[in-house]
Write a protein that binds this ligand. Structure first.
Ligand code: URA
Length: 266
């Protein structure tokens, strides 16, 4: 007789959530007759129990080290070298290359994606695979191209099997991204997908909530706030073509903003 393979507690919890269970129940039966009339303390919901651990605070050793290294970089070349030398155990193990950036560091627009995929890892450049082709078309639709924007990712190394970077990996890379934005000093940020939007804007809402509106990005090393817009990631648009309409609206908002900026500069 073959025994069923054991389900991990996390997989079991996931199953309960998917099946619609939305609260935890204790192991010991409650004697409801013995309960006082005081309202019961709220119990943690299953979704809260399944939520990813919050990102490490900036003062913990790993992120602290990254913050120290990144803030000591005075140029993009130094930042690139620091990233190439940086030890990030879970990410570096799987990646062939550090994917730093592409495009013009003097550009007004800085585009930030999530993490390199297989093609990007091979070539050491962001957005050169299928998503990159769609990104090129998206930029082209508002008169931009790779030579007129600057492109990077939240995470500089391809996560194994193209999985999403974990909250901890994002937290480790964030000081480098913050310094990257400071050194490029763009006039406008385009954040591709939920991972980039929540990392840069420090917000927990999903991309559907965050996109389609202007946010203000600030960091201590920047002289002024930078307008930032989040939109759907090209990889999501490849899977969900009906979302392209929303992405198009976001791109038109970028176009209008850039036109406004150049009109007021003249
Ligand atoms: N997806 C990303 O977020 N970044 C890349 O560079 C490629 C695919």
């Amino acid at each position: 007789m073959t025994s069923a393979s054991p389900l991990s507690p996390a997989a079991l919890l996931r199953w309960y959530i998917d099946a619609g269970a939305d609260e935890t129940v204790g192991e010991v039966a409650l004697d409801r007759f013995a309960l006082s009339s005081a309202p019961p303390a709220p119990r943690p919901s299953l979704s809260a129990a399944m939520a990813p651990e919050p990102a490490r605070a900036a003062s913990t050793p790993i992120t602290g080290t990254a913050t120290h290294i990144a803030s000591g970089c005075a140029t993009l070349a130094e930042l690139r070298r620091a990233l190439e030398d940086f030890e990030s155990p879970s990410l570096r193990r799987a990646a062939q290359n550090t994917v730093f950036a592409d495009g013009d560091p003097q550009a007004a627009v800085m585009v930030i994606g999530e993490a390199p995929g297989q093609q990007e890892d091979r070539q050491g450049l962001p957005f050169v695979g299928k998503s990159g082709k769609l990104l090129d078309s998206m930029l082209g639709s508002i008169g931009l191209d790779r030579s007129s924007v600057y492109i990077t990712n939240v995470v500089a190394w391809r996560p194994l099997d193209n999985r999403k970077p974990t909250a901890e990996e994002v937290a480790v890379c964030l000081p480098f991204l913050v310094r990257h934005i400071e050194l490029v000093d763009p006039q406008l940020l385009i954040l591709l997908g939920g991972a980039a939007a929540s990392a840069v804007l420090a917000r927990h809402e999903g991309i559907t909530r965050l996109r389609g509106q202007w946010h203000s990005y600030e960091s201590p090393g920047m002289s002024r706030p930078v307008p930032a817009i989040a939109t759907f990631h090209p990889a999501y648009l490849l899977r969900t073509p009906e979302a392209k309409r929303g992405a198009w609206r976001d791109l038109l908002a970028v176009k209008r903003r850039l036109e406004g900026m150049s009109a007021s500069a003249n």
